[in-house]
Design a protein around this ligand. Structure first.
Ligand SMILES: Nc1ncnc2c1ncn2[C@@H]1O[C@H](COP(=O)(O)OP(=O)(O)OP(=O)(O)O)[C@@H](O)[C@H]1O
Length: 218
């Protein structure tokens, strides 16, 4: 099987200020790669560009065999819905939907309904008992685990995770890392994991560091 994600020569600047340049990356099916780097080095920006949520200024991105930058907005959105799970730093749960309905959302957007799969994901992040709650009734760590269940529910080929264990204690962090591992293996997915945590970085198959000179093996 070919790479899940291939990026070549990605560059991004905000106005006159370059964030990164010449970034190339391959993610293989089943692998988890940690993306390290100082605060402000551009990790979140790179994730957003790989997801097609932000536009790179140069370079190419191939996701699940499709050239992302050659597609129109509609095609990119459809590919994203199908193939991408994004765990945002700020969770981005929908406040008017219950926990279970937030987790079910990626399936609904694909025209699917699978209550068993939603229950399975809530079980996996230890939130089965809270499935009927609204996001405002949850702690930061619980919100983060809902966001993780939602990102994985539709078995995406690519999981982009921005500090998915940032708000979690050691036990819940370990559970989330194990869940990411299980889901990437089951779906033949790849995961790019932005983290400042040594435990999370060590749980990855390999580590890359983003700095002013580009992306390096760490
Ligand atoms: N919309 C924007 N306009 C201008 N500059 C931006 C914008 N978004 C990010 N930046 C700048 O781009 C750089 C990279 O930001 P980014 O959030 O990608 O860093 P990061 O490595 O994810 O940081 P952290 O580890 O703190 O989350 C920073 O210097 C930031 O100030």
């Amino acid at each position: 099987m070919g790479a899940v994600l291939t990026a070549r020569g990605l560059a991004k600047r905000y106005g006159e200020v370059p964030v990164f340049d010449g970034i190339s990356l391959d993610l293989a099916p089943g692998e988890i790669v940690a993306l390290l780097g100082e605060s402000g080095s551009g990790k979140s920006t790179l994730l957003n560009c790989l997801a097609g949520l932000d536009e790179a200024d140069a370079g190419s991105i191939t996701l699940a065999g499709r050239d992302l930058r050659a597609m129109d907005d509609e095609g990119r959105s459809a590919l994203r819905r199908q193939s991408l799970g994004f765990i945002f730093q700020a969770f981005h749960l929908l406040p008017h939907l219950s926990v279970a309905n937030n987790v079910a959302l990626p399936l609904r957007l694909l025209g699917q309904r699978d209550d068993g799969r939603v229950a399975q994901m809530l079980e996996a992040v230890n939130l089965a008992a809270l499935s009927g709650r609204m996001p405002r009734q949850l702690s930061g760590g619980q919100l983060q685990r809902v966001a993780i269940a939602r990102a994985l529910v539709h078995r995406p080929r690519l999981v982009l995770a921005d500090e998915p264990t940032g708000n979690l204690d050691a036990r819940h962090a370990a559970e989330v890392l194990a869940l990411l591992r299980r889901c990437t293996q089951e779906a033949g997915a790849a995961c790019l994991l932005v983290t400042h945590s040594d435990v999370a970085a060590q749980s990855a198959d390999r580590r890359l560091r983003l700095d002013a000179d580009g992306l390096h093996v760490a």
